[in-house]
Design a binder for this molecule. Structure first.
Ligand code: MOS
Length: 750
């Protein structure tokens, strides 16, 4: 037992929010004034416009493409489909060229064959001189199919063992121990397909320079990853592929990988020998970009009358496509979030005639915590123990799976902070027993968690004689405020005003940055930036010794750097500003590149997670079942908060995503055609301002210096993970109705 976790008191000092300077969004003005350029907004000469034509069957093959009308339409430059698509090295990993062997494009290869794997799959691409003409011509393209029976009925197939694949099992202690528990419950949960639906549509502009140089403006969370994939797919040197992702208008995981439109735009630009832009329609965002997969879960959980868990069993099945296996860690949360001597889990994939799902905010735990945190809540009523108390009784002091202590874990503090802020003492202990203004009142809470390991990153710093520091890394910022956080950290590490610091990102010409995902950007790049700043200070000291007479004969160790001033530690009267050092040395600037590895060896002796707890107060109309959220409080242990404003925005945005997950979001499938019926913003309901109640965010804000020198863990995923079960638990508290099939629409309450 690691007794570090025993000594915390609710000392107020623990929670004083200490932020770095300059907390305003450094790119905020550009974004709201339209100066910021998103992928589709880059203006290239001689640009042509591509538009996808998508399949209208879910399974089968194309017998014949009917192109005559479209070809005759005004402005049409070309129509590319499987019958005339140029060779793409990555489509054929067994290519005759030995240098190009082995790499296969990751995912659906547009126009590679006449096979149809899902409804809405791109089957042709019309390229015209204007977008309007391309859209019109695309409407004239028709296909004759050889249709096969498709199976998209995951509700029916989820329990059919013969259809499931890739079993993953875990067991500690005894399997199915919950069946012998003193107090137990067993229940099934479903989560529909949910789509990311970022405001910005996925888009790619591709421009070739000759046959071996490619520039791509793309919506991507990882420009370097896109560069690597495109280089291999098109048989190019990586250095000859430039990917620009200057601004990203939301992604939530949808741009963690390249979908078919990315190679398609590159193919078109190559064939036409001119730049081509391809922007997806909102409907194509549903059928060609991934989504959070439908998942079925079953939980059995038991405890003694004292509340100590005696067994957890968690099974899950989620869907994938026929051509790729996408899985995520749905059941993992049940393995390590709470102490239980007996845990067994299983997870399988269910291939269906659908497009491939992908990571969506909080991938894995968001789905798993809905089931686990709902089940714990249900168990708390059966035990007659407060749900927070039940979690405290089963608090895991060390990670029960690998028996490692956590680097930091301030989950207990999250419970205490959130409980006070939401007014937990007002929670009805008997469901459905309290009304306000004729509405049933409910309170609920649930926990969230996500991995907090630190990835590799490289950053460059350019410090110039005017006193400005430019920091660079080829990451992209899908919205969380990466540039702002990096500027804040640069200001902190260099002890300079934030207006002296800028951060450049979103271009593969910059030093290798990580893909933005998994809540890891701040700790990864921040670590590289801390190394850059330390190296710059060292260089300044060395330059002072070499160039400034007063410092001659000094050793760097005898100097100190503070707030832009280098001085002799023992004699502060010998000092010089960093700009004067550069001027004296007659250098316009100094440049430093630093690479930071993954979380250090020391950190590998620990479990690494961020934690959150979400609290909800809501009203339910007793007759119509309409739910009105009244208050959400999110408490987070995300390590040190680097930029309070952007961190708070992330938490609020994540909670709004959780509202959608709980109450409104659901892609509906018409199994007769294997086609989504609500692939648009009118019928797929993302929460709007009116759905969001007053929201509070409380950060424990304690640095985790084991994971990274920034002190940060991660925020992006824990902002959403746990919100949906907190709402479901509040709905139960208000009504006595336990809804286990998301979303909780009014019809499920009446
Ligand atoms: Mo997030 S699902 O790691 O983009």
């Amino acid at each position: 037992m690691d007794n570090r976790f025993q000594q915390y008191t609710m000392d107020k000092d623990l929670f004083i929010t200490e932020t770095y300077p300059a907390d305003d969004r450094v790119d905020g003005v550009d974004k709201v004034t339209g100066k910021a350029r998103y992928a589709a907004e880059h203006k290239l000469d001689n640009l042509a416009y591509a538009v996808f034509v998508c399949s209208t069957i879910a399974k089968g093959s194309i017998k014949n493409m009917i192109l005559a009308d479209a070809k005759r339409a005004a402005g049409v430059l070309d129509i590319i489909y499987y019958g005339n698509c140029p060779d793409v090295p990555g489509y054929n990993p067994y290519s005759k060229d030995p240098n190009k062997k082995g790499y296969e494009w990751w995912g659906l290869k547009p126009f590679n064959t006449n096979q149809v794997f899902s409804n809405g799959q791109p089957i042709a691409m019309v390229i015209a001189d204007t977008l309007e003409r391309a859209v019109h011509a695309a409407s004239l393209v028709k296909a004759q199919y050889i249709k096969e029976d498709s199976d998209t009925d995951y509700e029916a197939a989820k329990a059919d063992d013969t259809k499931l694949k890739k079993p993953g099992e875990y067991k500690r202690g005894e399997a199915n121990a919950y069946k012998k528990g003193e107090v137990s419950i067993e229940a099934e949960y479903t989560l529909p397909i949910e789509t990311h639906n970022p405001m910005e549509l996925h888009a790619t502009i591709a421009a070739w320079d000759g046959d071996d140089k490619l520039t791509v403006y793309d919506k991507s969370q990882g420009p370097k990853g896109t560069q690597r994939d495109l280089a291999k797919n098109f048989g190019l040197d990586e250095k000859n592929v430039r990917v620009v992702t200057e601004y990203v208008g939301g992604a939530f995981g949808s741009a963690l990988r390249s979908w078919p439109h990315v190679p398609a735009a590159v193919i078109a630009a190559k064939k036409l020998k001119r730049p081509v832009k391809l922007v997806l329609t909102r409907e194509q965002m549903f059928t060609t970009v991934g989504y959070r997969p439908y998942a079925w879960q079953k939980i059995g959980i038991s405890a003694g009358k004292d509340g100590k868990l005696s067994g957890i069993t968690h099974h899950a099945v989620s869907i994938t496509s026929r051509y790729e296996d996408f899985g995520e860690g749905i059941v993992n949360v049940s393995q390590f979030l709470y102490n239980s001597p007996n845990v067994n889990t299983s997870y399988r994939l269910l291939p269906m005639d659908v497009n491939t799902p992908t990571w969506m905010r909080g991938p894995g735990p968001a789905t798993g915590c809905f089931a686990l945190e709902s089940a714990l809540d249900e168990l708390s009523y059966k035990l007659n123990i407060d749900p927070i108390e039940l979690r405290l009784i089963n608090h895991a002091d060390i990670n029960p799976v690998n028996k490692l202590p956590w680097t930091t874990k301030f989950l207990k503090e999250c419970y205490a902070l959130g409980k006070e802020k939401i007014g937990w003492q007002n929670r009805p202990t008997v469901p459905g027993s309290v009304k306000e203004d004729g509405m049933l009142v409910g309170y609920g809470m649930a926990g969230g968690v996500f991995g907090a390991g630190r990835g590799q990153a490289t950053a460059k710093g350019i410090l110039n004689a005017e006193g400005n520091l430019i920091l660079q890394s080829a990451v992209s910022d899908m919205g969380p405020g990466t540039s702002t956080a990096m500027v804040s950290m640069g200001a902190q590490f260099m002890q300079l005003p934030a207006n002296k610091i800028s951060f450049q990102l979103g271009d593969t010409d910059l030093p290798n940055g990580p893909t933005q995902g998994g809540s890891g950007t701040t700790s990864a790049i921040g670590t590289a930036i801390s190394a850059v700043c330390a190296a710059l200070q060292q260089t300044l000291k060395e330059m002072a010794i070499a160039s400034v007479p007063a410092f001659a004969n000094q050793k760097p160790e005898a100097l100190k750097y503070e707030k832009g001033i280098v001085s002799v530690t023992d004699n502060a009267s010998v000092n010089i500003s960093y700009t004067d050092i550069l001027k004296t040395a007659n250098k316009p600037d100094i440049e430093v590149i630093k690479e930071s590895g993954r979380a250090s060896a020391e950190a590998q002796k620990y479990a690494m997670n961020s934690f959150s707890v979400h609290f909800v107060k809501l009203h339910v109309h007793p007759v119509t079942g309409v739910i009105k959220l009244k208050h959400i409080v999110s408490a987070a242990d995300a390590g040190k908060i680097i930029s309070e404003n952007t961190a708070r925005s992330q938490m609020i945005g994540g909670a709004v995503g959780g509202i959608g997950m709980a109450l409104t979001e659901e892609v509906l499938m018409d199994n007769r055609y294997g086609r989504y019926t609500n692939a648009n913003f009118a019928d797929y309901h993302v929460p709007v301002n009116a759905d969001a109640p007053p929201m509070d965010v409380v950060f424990v804000n304690k640095a985790d210096n084991i994971i990274s020198p920034t002190g940060a863990k991660g925020i992006g995923e824990i902002a959403l993970v746990g919100v949906a079960p907190a709402i479901a638990n509040a709905v139960y508290n208000a009504t006595g109705k336990r809804v286990r099939n998301l979303p909780i629409t009014p019809d499920k309450l009446i």
